[in-house]
Write a protein that binds this ligand. Structure first.
Ligand code: 3RJ
Length: 583
């Protein structure tokens, strides 16, 4: 069973966090990307393109996993940070350093292009440095196979992702996808701004921009507004590389001719690979590589294999697990537009081991009671690692692992756990509340007469049927407000306990099916979940069997809707937990 220990955060992107990690039981450090699932198309695209690239100048992909709300990518760790950060720190680099760095960039890009891939969104932020200073391309989220339409790939992944019950927000509009696959305009070639597809040629423009930026500290085209920037890229030459102040080092004629050759606006006039590799700036650095690459190209036509029949899932798994071997590039591509649907990350819960794959390197906080649950840091999909107490007896240490896994002893709240799902706080409007807005404390000590009157009112409102055309047309809104009120009072332990033992509980269970709409039903689910997670006891007369049956039926019926499952599963989990912990 492979586990990863998570250390500190090393970077943050749009809806993703990168952690330093370690493969448990080894000294192999890795980078672990934890990404929101909304980025599934980008990450799936990255994985299908990066998983076969084994090259010193490309960040290696190792494995990927899926948990309930996140995708996790395990990739090569680069301790030197990004080229963008390095250039920002140093302001500019000498031509010697630019040459050294760009030899790495050339090798990596040649390999990528020979593999049939166009990077499309090549920027210094996506180029990383490892410890010894090797530059590596790290991000293929917007890359594509040469000649392929990325829009088509994204829409396939999005269609597969969208469950039957999912709502309109996820609708796959061509404009939506077009905007998603747009890269940075600063490094965008003129022909792409004019509407052409990205290509090997437009990647070489971006490479020219990066060489320019390393030397001068600024990209060749910068402007505050998008229209101004587009105008510069389309119509103006870059400011000269030659610096005005003599204190700055001046470019050699070779460097100038190389950069200007790459920054040709007309893609036909732009330097292509052959003249680029033999350019005098490199001082013959590529004369040997070039010949080798040519030979490889004769042997393997990467794109032809990309469009051939998909490799079996067995092979896919092997490819995913295999460590990088830079000496033997594997150019076979197993993921194509045709088989994207079969292409999924592994589940991070290993069925056999019942153990989470990602462990935080913090102290454990095993919990077995509700009291312990309250004081604990809210849990998440990440499990906390168990540190053996030193004084633990040998016997105990031998037997415990045979009986339990860490996850058996670690219980984390599910309802309203922001690490699982960020929910907005529930508010109710006391002015339009149809019952008296008692505080939770007050409710917990209402005398039995007032309590029973309160319950009757609550149940009466929830059970009232909103008939079409009746004067009672605002019932769903009234019910919602009442349920929001109940959510707030259910955070109080005594009140939650009193409510779960009342006639309200079976009424709520019935409302899971009979409430007028999913808005109301999802609030009913939340009230039940909060009741279960805050109650301090559960007596025999609570109809929990019916509640569990209702939740499981609804989950089965709505299995394709991730939104509904997000509302249905947490209360079911809380109910099962409270049932399981009653002695
Ligand atoms: C993999 C994708 C990152 C970052 C780069 C999101 C750093 C600052 C100091 C030291 C190291 C890093 C670092 N190292 C990494 N090694 N491997 C990765 C994540 C490749 N990354 C970052 N930031 C990213 N590139 C693509 N997405 C990124 C964060 N900062």
């Amino acid at each position: 069973m492979e586990n990863f220990i998570l250390y500190e955060e090393i970077g943050r992107g749009n809806r993703s966090v990168v952690y330093k990690g370690r493969s448990k039981g080894s000294i192999h450090f890795v980078a672990i990307i934890c990404s929101d699932k909304s980025k599934r198309p980008e990450l799936t695209n990255h994985v299908r393109l990066a998983h076969d690239i084994k090259h010193d100048n490309v960040v290696s992909f190792y494995e990927w996993y899926e948990t309930s709300n996140h995708l996790w990518l395990v990739v090569e760790m680069c301790t030197g940070g990004s080229l963008a950060a390095l250039v920002a720190q140093d302001e500019c680099l000498s031509e010697e350093v630019v040459r050294e760095f760009s030899i790495d960039l050339m090798k990596g890009l040649k390999y990528i292009h020979d593999s049939g891939i166009v990077v499309s969104d090549l920027t210094p932020a996506k180029i990383l440095l490892d410890g010894p200073g090797t530059l590596k391309y790290s991000n293929f989220c917007l890359a594509k196979a040469q000649g392929e339409s990325l829009e088509e790939f994204f829409s396939l992944v999005m269609a597969e992702e969208m469950g039957a019950g999912d709502s309109k927000e996820n609708i796959i509009s061509p404009q939506n996808i077009k905007n998603r696959i747009k890269g940075s305009p600063v490094y965008c070639a003129p022909e792409v701004l004019r509407g052409a597809d990205t290509s090997v040629c437009s990647d070489l423009w971006a490479l020219g921009c990066i060489l320019y930026e390393m030397f001068t500290g600024k990209p060749p085209f910068v402007y505050e507004s998008m229209t101004g920037l587009v105008d510069l890229i389309l119509n103006e030459g870059p400011p000269p590389l030659r610096q005005k102040e003599p204190a700055f080092s001046q470019p050699s004629p070779e460097f100038e001719s190389l950069v200007m050759g790459l920054l040709q606006k007309d893609p036909v006039k732009r330097l292509s690979w052959d003249p680029l590799l033999s350019h005098p700036f490199w001082r013959e650095a590529f004369s040997e590589t070039y010949i080798t690459v040519e030979k490889e190209q004769d042997d393997v036509s990467p794109m032809s294999s990309l469009h051939l029949a998909p490799v079996s899932s067995q092979t896919t798994k092997k490819a995913q697990m295999a460590p990088a071997d830079p000496a033997s590039p594997n150019l076979s591509k197993s993921f194509t537009l045709d088989n994207v649907i079969e292409f999924r990350p592994k589940s991070a819960l290993d069925i056999d081991a019942r153990e989470a794959i990602f462990l935080l390197s913090s102290r454990p906080t095993p919990r077995t009671s509700n009291t312990a649950r309250e004081t604990e840091d809210k849990g998440s999909e990440i499990q906390e690692s168990s540190v053996m107490e030193e004084e633990q007896s040998d016997m105990n240490a031998c037997i415990k692992p045979l009986l339990y896994t860490d996850s058996d002893l670690t219980v984390t709240p599910i309802m309203d756990n922001p690490k699982i799902l960020k929910t907005s706080p529930v508010r109710f409007d006391p002015k339009t509340l149809c019952v008296q807005a008692h505080s939770a404390e007050r409710l917990s000590c209402l005398n039995s007469e007032d309590w029973s009157q309160f319950l009757q009112q609550v149940c009466g409102v929830l059970e009232s049927v909103d008939r079409a055309g009746s004067a009672n047309a605002t019932a769903p809104r009234t019910k919602l407000n009442l349920l929001c009120y109940l959510c707030t009072v259910c955070n109080h332990r005594e009140t939650a306990t009193r409510l779960i033992h009342s006639q309200l509980f079976p009424v709520l269970v019935q409302q899971l099916r009979h409430a007028p709409n999913w808005d109301v039903r999802s609030k009913v689910m939340r009230v039940i979940g909060l009741m279960a997670s805050h109650c301090t006891e559960l007596r025999d007369n609570v109809p929990v069997t019916e509640a569990v049956a209702m939740f499981t039926e609804l989950i089965r019926e709505n299995f394709r809707s991730s939104k509904l499952k997000q509302c249905l599963i947490p209360p079911l989990g809380e109910l099962l937990y409270v049932i399981a912990t009653q002695v």
